[in-house]
Design a protein around this ligand. Structure first.
Ligand SMILES: Nc1nc2c(c(=O)[nH]1)N[C@H]1C(S)=C(S)[C@@H](COP(=O)(O)OP(=O)(O)OC[C@H]3O[C@@H](n4cnc5c(=O)[nH]c(N)nc54)[C@H](O)[C@@H]3O)O[C@H]1N2
Ligand SMILES: Nc1nc2c(c(=O)[nH]1)N[C@H]1C(S)=C(S)[C@@H](COP(=O)(O)OP(=O)(O)OC[C@H]3O[C@@H](n4cnc5c(=O)[nH]c(N)nc54)[C@H](O)[C@@H]3O)O[C@H]1N2
Ligand SMILES: [Mo]
Length: 758
C-alpha cells in the first residue's frame, strides 16, 4: 500500500495517484481534501527559480513588495545564492544572516525544510536564529520558571484524555476545546480522536464548561461567553471565591507550592485593597458573579481539570492566564492525580493528552550553530527595523542584530506575523531575501531569490511522530511540478558551490538518508523493546503500527508522589506561584505572580462601534497552506475569507449574510465575506488566519482584499518575559463594502519574464 502524510493526517494513494483518508482514522481532517488541488495548481506553484527584477537592478530591497520576477535556470540561481552568502559573510559576518525561518513546513522527517536550512546555514558558518514559536511562546518561557518543565516535557506528559474521561467530573475548558484545531498534529497524525472523545464525555454526563467568546469552540457542554482578554480576572476570582469559602487545599499549597502567601495577599486584596471577588471579575469578564462563585465551589469540591487552550497566551500579557490557571489548580490541589489538575492544549492539536509510549525517533541532524545570537521569534519586525536596539527577554537584556540577508524555507512570515504592513516596511531593510517554497506565497512574492521546492506529494519520506503509534513510509503521488527540487537537493547544489557539499550530504542521497534514519530508528526502537522491520519491508508495506503503544501519562505525577526525591527544576524546587527571580527584575508586563492587566486593546476600553477581533486557526487549511486548494476556496464568499459576526451586530451595521465587508482599524483594512453566527459574542468578529495576503491600493487606500486578519493585529510582545505574539488582542470596526470588488491578485503568479528579456 502507498501512503503519504501531513500535519493534518495520513492518506493512502491509489493507482491513479488520488489521495484517500485512512480507513481507520475515526475523524479524518477536511484539510486533506484541499491538499491535492493546491499541490497541482499551476497558478499557485512556483515552477522555476526566479529572481526579483528590482533586486537584479540593484534596488537592495526598496521595492520588495509587489515586483516582477525573471525566471533563471537552476545553475544561475544556485550561483547567485552562493555568491550572496559569501558576500554577506565576508562583509558583515555570519551574525548578519537571519535563518530563524519559522514555520510549519511539512511533516516528513527528512524533507523538513527548517532542518535542511539550518544544517546548511550551520555549515556555512551559522546564522542568527529564533527562539520559541508563534503557537505558544509565553508557555515556552514561563513553564520552566513556573513548573520546572520545558513546554515540551510538560506537553509530552500531559494527563491523558482517557484518564480525564475516566476520572474527571468537571472539565473547565478555558479558550474552548475544539475538533477544528484538533485536526492537526505537528509531525503528522494517523488518527483524530478529540471529536469522539468529546462526544463520549458529554454523553456520560461530565460537566464540561466552555469558557470562550465562541460557543462553537466546544461542541456541547455549558458555554460561558467570556469577554476576550479577561480570562486572568475570571481565574483569579475563582481562586478568591475558593479561598473565601475556605475550600482551598491547604495541604497541597503548603507542600507543593512556593510564594503562595504573596499571591494570596494580592488575590484577597490585602496587598492592593482590591479583592479579586466574583463581583470584581464579573465587571471585567462579563460572566455573572453568581456563576463564577458557584463554579468555584464545584471545581474545589469535585474532581476537576483546568484545561487551557493555547490561544489564551497569544494575547497581551499571555503569561498571566496560564499562570493563574496553574494557581487555580494548586488551590484545588488535584494536580498529579489521574484525570484532574492542569493541562495546556487539549484540542489545540490532536495529540495533546494522547496515551502513548514516547519514543525519541531520530531526526535529520542540523549540527550546531557557530553564531549564538537569536531573537524571540515574533520580534522579527522589531529586529529588522531597529538593529542595535535593546530589549528584554526571559530575564536577559539583549540587543537586536543588524541583518543583511534573510533566508526562509518552510514558513510564511507574511502569513504568520502580526501587523503585516509594519512587517512590509521592515522587510525592505535587509539587502537580500532568499525563499524556498513550493507556492507563490506572500513571502515568496517578497523575496529576491525564489527557489521552487517540491511538496510532500512529490517525494519519499518517513512520518515518525513520538506522539503517534503509526510509522508511515511516504510515497509520491505525482511527479515534481515544473523545475521544483527537494530542499535537500537545492542545498546540495548551493553547498557544492560553497565548498561543503560532502559535509552537507555525508555522501548520501535521499534514499541513503531515509535508510540511515530508519536504521537509527531500528536501534532506538530496540532499546524500547520494539522490533521494527527492515527498511525494504517497511517501505513496501508503507505503514508500521507500534505494538503495545499505549502508555498513560499524568502531568507532574513524579513530583506529586515524592516532592523531596523529585523536586522541580524551579527556583524553589516547587510549583512557583510567586517568583522572586521574575519579581526582582521589575519586568514590564510580568510581575512575580499571576496578576490582572488590562490588554493593550480591549472591549473594556472600546468605542461603541468597535468589535474584538478573534483571528484563530482556519477550519479548512493549515495556516496559509492549501488556501488555494478547493476545500478552502469553497468556503469563501466571492473569493473572500468568511468573517463571522452575531446577527445583532450585523443588523446594527446594516449588514446581511453574504455581504462583502471592510474590516478596519488604525493599522490596516481588509475585505471579507460576512457569515452570521448567533452562538458567538455580539461584540466579537471572527476572521480565521491564512487567506493569502493580498494588499492593493484601491482608490488611494491600502486595502488587503482577500481577508487576512494580520493587517489588523498588533505587533507587540506579550511582555518583557517571553515576547510572544499577541495575535488575539485587537479591536476593529466593520462597514459594508459598497464599491466594486477588486479582483484578487494572489490567484495567479507574479509577473514572470523569461531570462534574457529582463
Ligand atoms: N492573527 C493570527 N496570526 C497567527 C496566528 C493566530 O492565531 N492569529 N497563529 C500563529 C501560529 S500559532 C502559527 S504556528 C503561525 C503559522 O505560520 P506558518 O507556519 O509560517 O504558516 P504556514 O502557512 O504553515 O507556512 C508554512 C510554509 O511552508 C511551505 N512549505 C510546506 N512544505 C514545504 C517544503 O517541503 N519546503 C519548503 N521550502 N516549503 C514548504 C508552505 O507552502 C508554507 O508557505 O501563524 C501564526 N499567526
Ligand atoms: N484546522 C486547523 N487546526 C489547527 C491549525 C490550523 O491552521 N488549522 N493550526 C495549529 C496550530 S499551529 C496551533 S498553534 C493551534 C492553535 O490552537 P488554539 O490556540 O487553541 O486555536 P485558536 O483557533 O487560535 O483559538 C481557539 C479559540 O480561542 C478563543 N479565544 C480567543 N481569544 C480568547 C480569549 O481571550 N479568551 C478565551 N477564553 N478564548 C479566546 C477563540 O474563540 C478561538 O476560537 O491550532 C492548531 N490546529
Ligand atoms: Mo501554531
Amino acid at each position: 500500500m502507498k501512503y503519504t502524510a501531513a500535519h493534518w493526517g495520513v492518506c493512502t494513494i491509489d493507482g491513479q495517484g488520488n489521495l484517500h483518508p485512512l480507513e481507520d482514522d475515526p475523524e479524518p481532517s477536511r484539510i486533506a481534501r484541499g491538499w491535492a488541488s493546491a499541490a497541482k495548481d499551476p497558478r499557485s506553484r512556483i515552477l522555476a527559480p526566479a529572481v526579483r527584477k528590482g533586486w537584479l537592478e540593484g534596488d537592495r530591497g526598496a521595492d520588495r513588495c509587489d515586483d516582477s520576477f525573471v525566471e533563471i535556470g537552476w545553475d544561475r540561481a544556485a550561483d547567485l545564492v552562493a555568491q550572496e552568502i559569501s558576500r554577506v559573510r565576508d562583509n558583515h559576518g555570519n551574525g548578519a544572516i537571519f535563518g530563524g525561518s519559522y514555520g510549519w513546513a511539512s511533516a516528513g522527517r527528512f524533507h523538513h525544510a527548517q532542518s535542511q536550512l539550518k544544517r546548511f546555514l550551520n555549515l556555512a558558518g551559522g546564522c542568527v536564529s529564533s527562539r520559541d514559536t508563534y503557537s505558544h511562546a509565553a508557555a515556552e518561557v514561563l513553564f520552566p520558571h513556573m513548573m520546572g518543565r520545558t513546554y515540551r516535557q510538560f506537553q509530552d506528559r500531559t494527563t491523558g484524555i482517557q484518564l480525564v474521561e475516566k476520572h474527571c467530573e468537571v472539565l473547565l475548558a478555558v479558550g474552548g476545546l475544539s475538533s477544528r484545531t484538533a485536526q492537526i498534529a505537528s509531525a503528522g497524525t494517523s488518527h483524530h480522536e478529540i471529536g469522539g472523545w468529546l462526544e463520549r464525555i458529554l454523553e456520560k454526563g461530565m460537566r464540561v464548561v466552555n469558557v470562550s467568546p465562541m460557543k462553537s469552540d466546544l461542541k456541547g457542554g455549558e458555554w460561558l461567553s467570556i469577554r476576550p482578554g479577561t480570562d486572568t480576572a475570571f481565574l483569579l476570582a475563582l481562586i478568591y471565591e475558593i479561598i473565601d469559602a475556605g475550600l482551598e487545599n491547604r495541604a497541597f499549597i503548603d507542600r507543593y507550592t512556593s510564594g503562595w502567601g504573596a499571591f494570596e495577599d494580592y488575590v484577597m486584596g490585602r496587598a492592593d485593597n482590591h479583592p479579586k471577588t466574583a463581583e470584581w471579575a464579573a465587571g471585567l469578564c462579563d460572566i455573572p458573579a453568581g456563576t463564577i462563585r458557584s463554579l468555584a465551589h464545584v471545581l474545589a469540591t469535585r474532581r476537576s481539570m483546568i484545561a487551557m487552550a493555547w490561544s489564551l497566551q497569544r494575547a497581551d500579557h499571555g503569561e498571566q492566564p496560564l499562570w493563574a490557571g496553574l494557581a487555580l489548580a494548586c488551590a484545588i490541589g488535584q494536580i498529579g492525580q489521574p484525570g484532574t489538575g492542569y493541562a495546556f492544549g487539549y484540542g489545540s492539536v490532536t495529540a495533546t493528552g494522547r496515551s502513548i509510549k514516547l519514543i525519541p525517533w531520530p531526526s535529520f541532524r542540523q549540527g550546531s550553530n557557530p553564531v549564538d545570537d537569536f531573537i524571540p521569534v515574533a520580534r522579527i519586525a522589531d529586529m529588522l527595523l531597529s538593529p542595535g536596539k535593546p530589549y528584554r527577554y526571559n530575564l536577559e537584556d539583549r540587543k537586536y542584530p543588524d541583518i543583511k540577508l534573510v533566508y526562509w524555507a518552510g514558513g510564511n512570515p507574511f502569513h504568520h506575523h502580526q501587523d503585516l504592513h509594519r512587517l512590509e516596511e521592515a522587510w525592505t531593510r535587509p539587502e537580500t531575501v532568499i525563499v524556498h517554497d513550493h507556492s507563490w506565497t506572500a513571502t515568496a512574492r517578497r523575496a529576491d531569490i525564489v527557489l521552487p521546492a517540491t511538496t510532500p506529494l512529490e517525494r519519499n519520506d518517513i512520518m515518525m511522530n513520538r506522539r503517534d503509534p503509526s510509522l508511515i513510509y511516504m510515497s509520491p503521488s505525482m511527479q515534481p511540478m515544473g523545475e521544483a527540487l527537494d530542499d535537500f537537493e537545492i542545498f546540495r547544489r548551493i553547498s557544492s558551490r560553497l565548498g561543503f557539499e560532502e559535509q552537507f550530504t555525508e555522501g548520501l542521497d535521499v534514499e541513503g538518508w531515509l535508510r540511515r534514519l530508519w536504521s537509527q530508528s531500528v536501534q532506538i526502537a530496540e532499546a524500547h523493546g520494539i522490533m521494527l522491520p527492515e527498511f525494504d519491508e517497511f517501505s513496501k508495506a508503507g505503514r508500521f503500527e507500534i505494538p503495545d503503544s499505549v502508555q498513560h501519562h499524568i502531568g507532574l505525577q513524579d513530583y506529586i508522589e515524592d516532592p523531596d526525591a523529585n523536586p522541580l527544576d524551579t527556583e524553589s524546587g516547587r510549583l512557583v506561584v510567586f517568583s522572586e527571580r521574575i519579581d526582582a527584575l521589575g519586568l514590564d508586563g510580568c510581575p512575580g505572580h499571576p496578576a490582572w492587566f488590562e490588554p493593550a486593546e480591549s472591549l473594556l476600553d472600546a468605542q461603541e462601534d468597535e468589535l474584538h477581533l478573534l483571528s484563530g486557526q482556519p477550519d479548512t487549511r493549515l495556516h496559509s497552506q492549501n488556501d488555494r486548494g478547493n476545500e478552502s476556496r469553497a468556503s469563501k464568499i466571492r473569493d473572500r475569507e468568511p468573517a463571522y459576526m452575531h446577527p445583532q451586530a450585523a443588523e446594527k451595521r446594516g449588514l446581511s449574510e453574504g455581504d462583502i465587508i471592510r474590516i478596519f482599524n488604525e493599522r490596516g483594512a481588509c475585505l471579507a465575506g460576512l457569515k452570521l453566527d448567533d452562538a458567538m459574542r455580539v461584540d466579537c468578529l471572527a476572521l480565521a488566519t491564512g487567506a493569502w495576503y493580498d494588499p492593493q491600493i484601491v482608490e488611494g487606500e491600502r486595502l488587503e482584499v482577500h481577508g487576512n486578519p494580520n493587517v489588523l493585529t498588533i505587533d507587540k510582545g506579550t511582555s518583557d518575559l517571553s515576547q510572544g505574539n499577541i495575535a488575539h488582542t485587537a479591536l476593529v470596526r466593520v462597514e459594508k463594502w459598497l464599491r466594486d470588488l477588486p479582483p484578487l491578485s494572489v490567484d495567479r503568479p507574479p509577473q514572470l519574464d523569461a531570462a534574457g528579456s529582463g
